[in-house]
Design a protein around this ligand. Structure first.
Ligand code: SF4
Length: 211
């Protein structure tokens, strides 16, 4: 085992206790494949499953596995009109399972997310019965301030490029602290505590995923 793997394994145990103090379950998986299997083992067949914009879940193959599996899949991208999107969102907030990543997490067990449309942070905060968060260990930060800095520096610019918005970071790769009409940093959600036992499960992954 490499020093990095050994360190992540120990951090996984430390973070499990840290997240428990904040009302969230957590576990550590060394690889993306293990994380995928863990996530699929949590979701009972027949459940309604949906997701926010999540590169980590895509890269780990979770979204594809859910689409192929025995679940009621609610895909917001299937909406063809704004009316359909709105009706679908009603189903999304009532889903059994919401899959997402987190833009960052703190070493003492809090999630930090920044969102543009804000459907993702809304569903993390309230709505779906269960939230499963896939987070690679490189998203660990000292504190909330450090997490926001990480997101604005390392996560939002590539995300802006991915979703093809007209923002300073999409043109320069660097945050311009914008107030652009297409800004993807509209809401900052700090999940400090979950008071619904078992609602949020954080699956930590030793392999790098997402931004
Ligand atoms: S330029 Fe705007 S959208 Fe891009 S990271 Fe900064 S605040 Fe967010």
């Amino acid at each position: 085992m490499s020093y990095r793997s050994e360190s992540f394994l120990m951090a996984g145990e430390t973070l499990k206790k840290a997240f428990a103090r904040h009302g969230m379950d957590a576990c550590y998986c060394a690889t993306a494949e293990e994380a995928k299997e863990k996530i699929l083992s949590i979701i009972p067949e027949g459940s309604s499953v949906t997701w926010g914009g999540t590169e980590s879940m895509m890269e780990a193959g979770v979204i594809e596995a859910v689409k192929q599996g025995n679940y009621e899949v609610i895909d917001r991208k299937s909406a063809k009109t704004p009316e359909e999107a709105r009706a679908l969102y009603g189903k999304i907030v009532c889903a059994d399972y919401f899959l997402t990543s987190t833009n960052a997490f703190t070493k003492d067990g809090m999630l930090v997310n920044i969102d543009g449309a804000s459907n993702r942070v809304a569903c993390i905060a309230h709505g779906p019965a269960h939230v499963i968060v896939l987070a690679s260990m490189d998203k660990m930060c000292d504190n909330v301030e450090d997490a926001v800095r990480r997101i604005r520096t390392l996560a939002s610019p590539p995300n802006a490029v991915r979703v093809n918005v007209q923002t300073p970071c999409a043109k320069t790769g660097v945050c311009g602290d914008c107030l652009s009409p297409e800004c993807i940093c509209c809401q900052i959600l700090v999940t400090r505590y979950s008071r619904v036992p078992g609602r949020i499960t954080v699956v930590l992954c030793g392999e790098k995923l997402g931004f």
